[in-house]
Design a protein around this ligand. Structure first.
Ligand code: ATP
Length: 344
């Protein structure tokens, strides 16, 4: 989709001091309340509400057409809500789009390239458009190129960049004005594994610097690694908001642990039969799977401690977790069965 809709209508509106609320507290990075947006024949986003606190990394997950880009474009002031309230860094996106744009770095799923420009010219163009002048402009461009590892590609024409280099350039463009909040729509789409790892590394650094990152992706396992929480959207509605950890665990009251023993895998079943918190589930070539009647980390740690105390030659002990993809599919299944979203 193009970014053609412009909503810059705030020329006469007074700009509030939104970096602190009336009570003096810093407002959340993103606040969405009852947001809805329809297109002819499509209810793209329906009554969506969520909050992203400052400094968090949030993964926005959903199938094709679920409503991710529509939501993100509204956050980025590129489209209007039909209903609801959307604030970024305390500024309403409809009333104060210019303030919002100063706070955000936006990376669209498809970015327009200027084929006859070099990397340096491209960043310079946006730095000028953002109002940077003189030494400060050169400094910002240099910092951004260094951060995104584009310095050696400064003179390369944009249409000669690989997909991964292009995504780094687009991220660099989003970072020029050092925004507090990054809104990244499918930044990893189409990248090879190495480029995805590089991108993940950059996002981790940005998060360590205290930036808020709102990132959409289809690759759930990757989002799980880098996000504080995951926001699932399906057919325009939020169906879950929670940590990757809680999703992997699900609603189970017990823990399944895979154990490997050196030399004597058969000892595991015998040991489990003598421990009341543990049930032996099945044997594997090198040990087996046991079920512990608790999800409390202390209880799980005690089971491991007792194994070592009883001189079981444990070489591996790890919790078996649900894959995030499985969790997502399960949530969809539960909603189809009950019709009730599981928003935490
Ligand atoms: P994808 O992962 O494929 O990018 P998405 O979750 O980002 O999907 P959206 O792009 O937000 O989904 O689209 C949500 C729904 O709204 C889709 O049915 C889409 O066809 C529709 N839609 C989005 N923008 C427009 C538009 N400008 N005009 C008409 N329909 C639109």
């Amino acid at each position: 989709m193009s970014d053609s809709t412009d909503t810059d209508t705030d020329t006469l509106a007074p700009v509030p001091a939104a970096s602190t609320s009336a009570k003096g507290a810093t407002p959340p990075a993103i606040e969405v309340k009852n947001l809805s947006r329809s297109f002819p024949g499509v209810r793209a986003v329906q009554d969506v509400s969520f909050t992203v606190e400052r400094g968090q990394v949030i993964g926005f997950v959903g199938a094709n057409g679920a409503g991710k880009t529509t939501t993100m474009r509204i956050l980025a002031t590129l489209d209007y809500p039909d209903a609801g309230e959307v604030k970024v860094c305390g500024y309403d996106v409809v009333k104060y789009p210019s303030e919002v744009r100063r706070c955000i770095g936006w990376m669209p799923d498809h970015y327009g390239t200027y084929s006859n420009m070099t990397v340096l010219e491209y960043l310079d163009f946006f730095a000028r458009a953002l109002g940077f002048r003189g030494e400060e402009r050169l400094q910002r461009i240099s910092e951004v190129m260094e951060f995104t590892d584009l310095t050696s590609l400064a003179d390369r024409l944009i249409d000669k960049l690989s997909k991964g280099m292009g995504q780094r350039l687009c991220l660099g463009r989003a970072l020029i004005h050092d925004p507090e909040v990054l809104i990244l729509d499918e930044p990893a789409a189409g990248l090879d594994p190495k480029a995805r790892v590089e991108l993940k590394h950059l996002i981790r650094i940005l998060s360590e610097e205290g930036k808020t990152v709102f990132i959409s992706s289809h690759i759930l396992s990757e989002l799980g690694e880098m996000c504080d929480s995951l926001l699932f959207i399906n057919q325009g509605r939020i169906i879950h908001h929670g940590s990757a950890e809680s999703l992997r665990r699900g609603s189970s009251a017990t823990s399944i642990v895979e154990v490997q023993l050196a030399h004597t895998p058969e000892r595991l079943a015998e040991w489990a039969s003598l421990n009341r918190h543990v049930t032996f589930k099945e044997a594997t070539r090198t040990g087996g799977r046991i079920e512990i009647d608790s999800i409390e980390p202390e209880v799980i740690a005690t089971v491991l401690r007792h194994m070592l105390r009883d001189e079981l030659p444990v070489t591996d002990f790890h919790l078996q977790e649900r894959k995030l993809e499985d969790a997502f599919i399960e949530i969809l299944g539960e909603i189809e069965a009950t019709g009730i979203p599981i928003v935490s």
